[in-house]
Design a protein around this ligand. Structure first.
Ligand SMILES: O=P(O)(O)OC[C@H]1O[C@@H](O)[C@H](O)[C@@H](O)[C@@H]1O
Length: 294
């Protein structure tokens, strides 16, 4: 699974090096900047013009070109978590993707089936991730196409790691009244008020109509402005997964520092409870947007 910069013939790709791995960095004219790794088509940095990094990336992430990278926005495809026979969260985050276009505000990467993926999952497919910058905002658009002659089914998620000053101080609003499955306790219920963190948190929420999640990061140092992030997702993602390992599981994750759990919160646009079946040529699209409101 050697990672070599590849791109389509018509695109001149401004490759850069990111922890020894090929990546593409886009700096928009207004100063926001995004970096997408060839491995997994994974966004690994989104820095707004004020110089703030908005995504969490573990300082102990493994940069060997194969292991899943802890942070940024891993793409889970064609399987979410361990809900099927494939490796956890599917193979897409482990493989080299191809950069197919770069312009002043957008980078697109593609993963298509090949000999390796067909050994793991015997289907022809094309997955495209478009990463788009606008001032203070990041939009991730995922398109999955069946390029096979038979139907097949998948689950998927945009597994976004948001960087937070201190997760214990964070309020995640916008989920009040949502049905939730608490995967840590295996309990179904309804979310009351804002979600708060401090212990292992792993919940699948049923998305609500017009859902806007608002992350209020109170833990910023007192001289820093109070910061807010709004997160929306397409209706094609009927679930939102919220994950933080907390101190005990965090200490067992060897690709994360012991206190790493305090600085991240995963908010994932997900389509996982019912697999999507695509007929030949059919496409499915999903998106997630993150918007800073300082
Ligand atoms: O360690 P991984 O494979 O990247 O997965 C991290 C987490 O991803 C989340 O999406 C799941 O809900 C958790 O159950 C899981 O532990």
């Amino acid at each position: 699974m050697a990672l070599k910069p590849t791109s389509s013939a018509s695109t001149v790709v401004p490759w850069c090096d990111f922890h020894g791995q090929p990546a593409v960095r886009l700096v928009a004219s207004w100063g926001d900047c995004v970096t997408v790794l060839q491995q997994g088509g994974q966004v690994v940095s989104w820095m707004t013009a004020d110089g703030r990094e908005q995504l969490y990336l573990s300082p102990q992430a493994r940069w060997n070109g194969q292991d899943a990278i802890r942070g940024g926005v891993p793409i889970c495809f064609p399987q979410f978590n361990q809900r099927g026979p494939l490796i956890k969260h599917g193979f897409a985050r482990h493989l080299p993707w191809q950069c197919v276009s770069v312009n002043e505000s957008q980078i697109s990467f593609v993963l298509a089936d090949g000999a390796l993926t067909r050994r793991l999952w015997p289907h022809a497919f094309r997955v495209e991730l478009a990463v788009e910058l606008s001032p203070g905002a990041l939009r991730l658009q995922l398109q999955v196409q069946n390029t096979d002659t038979q139907p097949w089914a998948f689950t998927a998620a945009l597994h976004t790691y948001v960087q937070v000053p201190d997760v214990v101080q964070v309020h995640l609003m916008g989920l009040h009244g949502a049905q939730r499955w608490d995967a840590v306790r295996d309990v179904h219920g309804i979310q009351e008020g804002a979600a708060r963190f401090g212990q292992e948190f792993d919940c699948v929420f049923q998305s609500q109509p017009e859902q806007v999640l608002r992350l209020l990061m109170d833990g910023a140092p007192s001289d820093a402005p109070r910061s807010l992030l709004d997160i929306t997702q397409s209706v094609s993602c009927p679930q939102t997964v919220v994950w933080n390992p907390g101190p005990r599981l965090g200490a067992r994750l060897n690709d994360m520092p012991d206190d790493g759990w305090r600085h991240m919160l995963c908010i994932e646009a997900a389509c996982i409870d019912a697999p999507v079946t695509l007929a030949p040529t059919q496409r499915w699209q999903a998106w997630q947007t993150l918007r800073c409101r300082a």
